[in-house]
Design a protein around this ligand. Structure first.
Ligand SMILES: C[S@@+](CC[C@H](N)C(=O)[O-])C[C@H]1O[C@@H](n2cnc3c(N)ncnc32)[C@H](O)[C@@H]1O
Length: 211
């Protein structure tokens, strides 16, 4: 995957992103519930996009918690900043960082990490290594995204490929997009969504996993 490619892609998608993401809001909520956030937690929103998850994350971590959003596309991040200034005006506890996840330096270690529809990050060993270097042991991790439906649903497979082709650069790993995560989250549980064309994965990060 190339970062400039992804940034170019999201330069074009940013304007219409929130409208297109409305159909997966229920999935977003279910994924965030799997983080089992507590008041005071620090949560990382990986590839936070326009910040659609921020209100839900802030509700869960409360005024004593912190939401850190990292996003590589300046256009997506600009919309997240706008959301922070308007909708979230009463919440000082959001930190936004413009960076690739491969290079992001977080202001502190995190208690939870959300990967909501971030296929390119899930398929980047360098991004995962960088994220988990800055994550507390036993942190709760939740990911949701697209996957190939089973073979017997081939028409749906084609439809899925058509619908989501613009949202990721790396089309590798769509059978089991979560598999690199299992190196960090050994108890990763997977639930199929959207008739097998999506998934939610969640579990606890363990830094003491034997190689
Ligand atoms: C489909 S959007 C999802 C946005 C957000 N997570 C959400 O739930 O609405 C994928 C986002 O990941 C960002 N992204 C892709 N690769 C990235 C990387 N290596 N580091 C940081 N952000 C990345 C893209 O710029 C885009 O905003």
């Amino acid at each position: 995957m190339s970062q400039p490619d992804s940034a170019n892609r999201y330069r074009q998608l940013a304007g219409g992103y929130d409208a297109s993401a409305q159909r997966t809001m229920a999935l977003r909520r279910s994924t965030i519930v799997r983080l089992a956030l507590q008041p005071g937690d620090v949560v990382l929103d990986v590839g936070c996009g326009t910040g659609l998850s921020f209100p839900l994350l802030l509700d869960a971590v409360g005024a004593s918690g912190l939401v850190i959003g990292v996003e590589s596309s300046p256009e997506m991040l600009a919309l997240a900043l706008a959301r922070e200034r308007t909708e979230l005006a009463g919440w000082p506890n959001v930190i936004l960082i413009e960076s690739s996840m491969e290079n992001a330096v977080l202001p502190r270690t995190v208690d939870a990490a959300l990967f909501n529809y971030t296929h390119d990050v899930l398929r980047s060993p360098a991004a995962l290594a960088n994220i988990f270097r800055q994550t507390e042991n036993s942190a709760q991790v939740a990911a949701a995204g697209i996957k190939h439906p089973p073979r017997w649903l081939d028409p749906l497979r084609l439809y899925r490929r058509f619908k989501s082709r613009s949202c990721y650069i790396n089309s590798e790993g769509l059978d089991t997009p979560w598999d690199l995560l299992t190196g960090f989250v050994p108890d990763l549980r997977i639930e199929s969504t959207l008739f097998g064309s999506g998934f939610i994965a969640w579990g606890q990060y363990r830094h003491d996993v034997p190689e």
